[in-house]
Write a protein that binds this ligand. Structure first.
Ligand code: AMP
Ligand code: MN
Ligand code: MN
Ligand code: MN
Length: 285
């Protein structure tokens, strides 16, 4: 008889993308924090899942293999988490390869754009922070720009350099929404809209996004996220009910210094929602 988890955390990052901890260290920290169901969801990469799963087995922690796919939707980057994926699935693997290939060129163009503003060598600097050279994220750029004193924090670097309209921002074509959902479903996973409260979308656009997501085969939404205020939790709980979406709870932890919410330290889900982990019972121990 499986018992439902009391402290699930279904979205976080390791050094395989832009987290600070190696996959096994993420698992150890989650276990120490009392997490009882963990998903590792690196950006566009599944390379950390085997090590995390092995560490979770040793610790007796229930572990869900996941991924966070970068999607371009209506001029905005939207992230779709896939939970319970088979990382060996060739459809998902080919899709993720395609998404990752856009990152190298973007990183070079970001570095060139910053060089035009007199900030040189940023790609080399960012690569010092990228443990996985196939996955260079704006987070790695931000860390280097903090190091050389461009701004006091990663948040400030993003605001002044790395978001749309700022000197280091470069437009990228990520996956289409229906492609990302399709790859996750092909790999047996549950597609979940990540941190919906972070997107710069009007309520009408958010509703269009959720309708398109459901149409494509999407199934869940992060109601509780490390980046959601109580107001946003309430708002996305209402959307989850209205669109018949499963509700997820996720810190989006990247590292102790960089994340407001630690592994397993999110608020509980509001009442009246169907938790996404009810669909993930295979992983419970
Ligand atoms: P990318 O996928 O390369 O565009 O990078 C996105 C990543 O940058 C996110 O997953 C976060 O780790 C980080 N990020 C985005 N916005 C911010 C911000 N305002 N402050 C700090 N980190 C951010
Ligand atoms: Mn990230
Ligand atoms: Mn994200
Ligand atoms: Mn994330």
């Amino acid at each position: 008889m499986k018992t439902m988890p009391l402290n699930p955390d279904l979205h976080c990052h390791s050094t395989v993308s832009d987290g600070w901890l190696a996959p096994a260290e993420v698992v150890a920290r989650a276990a120490a924090n009392g997490v009882d169901l963990l998903a590792l969801t690196d950006h566009d990469e599944t390379g950390g899942l085997a090590a995390a799963a092995a560490a979770a087995r040793t610790q007796g922690l229930a572990f869900v293999p996941g991924v966070e796919v970068s999607v371009s939707w209506a001029e905005e980057t939207v992230h779709i988490v896939g939970l319970g994926i088979d990382a060996a699935n060739p459809v998902l693997d080919a899709g993720l390869r395609q998404v990752r290939s856009g990152r190298d060129e973007r990183a070079r163009r970001m570095s060139d754009a910053l060089a035009e503003r007199g900030i040189h060598g940023v790609l080399e600097g960012a690569l010092k922070y990228a443990r996985n050279p196939a996955l260079v994220s704006r987070a790695h750029f931000a860390r280097y720009l903090v190091e050389i004193g461009c701004a006091p924090s990663a948040g400030e670097v993003f605001r002044h350099y790395l978001v749309r309209g700022k000197p280091g921002f470069v437009e990228t074509q990520w996956a289409r929404l229906d492609e990302a959902v399709g790859w996750i479903r092909a790999a047996g996973g549950v597609p979940v809209v990540a941190h919906p409260g972070r997107y710069r979308l009007s309520d009408a656009q958010m509703e269009t996004l959720l309708a398109a997501f459901v149409d494509a085969g999407g199934q869940g939404v992060e109601v509780v996220s490390g980046s959601h205020s109580a107001t946003k939790v309430g708002k996305f709980a209402r959307y989850a009910r209205r669109y018949g979406l499963l509700a997820s709870r996720a810190s989006d932890f990247h590292g102790v210094e960089e994340s407001a919410v630690d592994l397993g330290r999110c608020d509980p889900l509001p009442a009246g929602l169907t938790p996404v982990w009810e669909r993930l019972t295979d992983y419970m121990i």
